[in-house]
Design a protein around this ligand. Structure first.
Ligand code: CA
Ligand code: CA
Ligand code: CA
Ligand code: CA
Length: 442
């Protein structure tokens, strides 16, 4: 065979071979299946810290966007926000505008999608940096349940996500979402005026506090003894995904012999209100015999059913006393009302001491009474014994639609969610065509 002809054959064979590889590669792109979304926890946020996505550290926060994949094509952006955190752990409206390790990228689990096939290149689809992350989200209680989102950086993209899940009206000190409104009142230090699922019925009298101190007699301090408007809740951020509020209250009693510092961070999401309270008590040797925190509902809550771990069949809130066991401590309670369901979960373990359930359904006033007379399904926790003077209390309230038949008692499910938040794994994925094209064309 002629040498040149042999050479030509070799080139043709090589070309055919390359063509075959390209065709195979093309086929893989077409046929690669995406993994469907199986995660079904839809009321919770996904929180990714800067340290989870280290390759994006120092990116201007306005250049970060989150996309999802529908299972057939790249979906749009989903609502997200970046909340900046300073070294001490406080949220701030003004750090440096750049992602650092403790800043938080937040979006909602309900908005997540399917897994992008490994063969789809985001960098050839979107005008983005070659550094982007696949965020895999899974339910730690059922790890096979997963969903995905894609965190990208771009100097040229604009935010196109629609949706604003929670807002804050500062003059009325009101948190508003489609699922609930709640107000920090000006009449006492706490919450009142709670309305569920867009209805006008206010089912909450107020949140209450009772501190019983022994000092040449027994004194009971209430939420009315705390400053109601000084300070006001400080709005840190009213973003599309969550409202971040901070409230720091300092108050002393008995001419300064007893003082309390209460620093609370609130996150208000569409169907979830989270609070983290740092509590510090200085008692100067004076005995604090008990502290009680509770939610007192009002007569408009009458007819609702109260559940907790000890009361699985429920009792009717109607101002007529019921038997609800004080022990063992239930980590949650649920109130089911025709306007919706509310489930509160509290992790009080860090308080130490003796903790018991408090429940009072009695239209007769207690002594001292605060707010509207009497108690309607008033429920909370009583702290006594040798509890700690410095501790962190974490709590969440889930707001659900009215019960739609079947078993209505779902508090234990949400306690599991509270105890096991959604987990994330951030992958820096190989960008498939960019990896393989150089091998083919070399
Ligand atoms: Ca920071
Ligand atoms: Ca920062
Ligand atoms: Ca009752
Ligand atoms: Ca009351």
């Amino acid at each position: 065979m002629h040498k040149t002809y042999k050479h030509l054959l070799l080139v043709l064979a090589l070309a055919a071979c390359l063509g075959l590889i390209s065709a195979l590669a093309g086929q893989i792109i077409v046929s690669a299946a995406s993994q469907p979304k199986t995660l079904d926890r839809n009321l919770e946020p996904v929180v990714v810290t800067g340290s989870n996505v280290a390759a994006l550290i120092d990116a201007p926060v306005g250049q970060l966007f989150v996309y999802t994949y529908t299972g057939a094509s790249l979906g749009g952006q989903i609502p997200m926000q970046v909340d900046e955190v300073i070294a001490g752990g406080s949220y701030t409206a003004a750090e440096d505008g750049r992602l650092d390790s403790n800043d938080e990228i937040v979006f909602m689990a309900a908005d997540l999608g399917a897994r992008l096939p490994a063969t789809v290149s985001l960098t050839t689809t979107l005008p983005i940096s070659s550094t982007w992350y696949e965020i895999e989200v899974y339910d730690p209680t059922v790890p096979a349940k997963k969903a995905w989102a894609y965190l990208v950086r771009s100097a040229s993209l604009a935010s196109t996500a629609s949706g604003d899940y929670a807002g804050y009206n500062a003059p009325n000190r009101r948190i508003t979402s489609g699922q609930y409104t709640a107000e920090f009142t000006t009449t006492h230090a706490g919450l009142e005026n709670l309305r569920l699922n867009g209805t006008s019925t206010d089912i909450l009298d107020r949140t209450k506090l009772r501190v019983v101190v022994n000092f040449f007699g027994t004194f009971t301090f209430t939420e009315d003894d705390l400053p109601p408007t000084n300070p006001n809740p400080l709005l840190i951020k009213d973003g599309p995904v969550r409202v971040v509020l901070q409230r720091d209250v300092q108050q002393s009693f008995l001419s300064g012999a007893v003082s309390a510092n209460l620093s609370t961070t609130y996150f208000a999401y569409a169907s979830l209100l989270q609070a983290t309270a740092r509590i510090s008590l200085t008692t100067g040797g004076i005995s604090v015999s008990s502290v009680r925190t509770s939610f007192d509902f009002d007569s408009d809550a009458a007819g609702a059913t109260f559940f907790n771990a000890n009361t699985p069949a429920g009792v009717t809130i109607n101002g007529v006393p019921d038997t609800v066991a004080a022990t063992p401590l239930s980590g949650w309670f649920q109130v089911s009302h025709p306007t919706g369901r509310l489930i509160q979960i509290t992790n009080s373990a860090a308080a130490g001491g003796t903790r018991q359930n408090f429940y009072r359904d009695n239209s007769a006033p207690e002594s001292p009474d605060t707010g509207q007379p009497g108690s309607f399904g008033e429920s909370g926790i009583v702290y006594s014994g040798n509890f700690n003077s410095n501790f962190v209390l974490r709590s969440s309230i889930f707001f659900l639609p009215p019960a739609g038949g079947g078993s209505d008692n779902t508090g234990a499910v949400y306690e599991q969610f509270f105890d096991h938040p959604l987990a994330t794994i951030a992958h820096l994925p190989p960008d498939f065509p960019r990896v393989y094209l150089p091998i083919i064309t070399r």
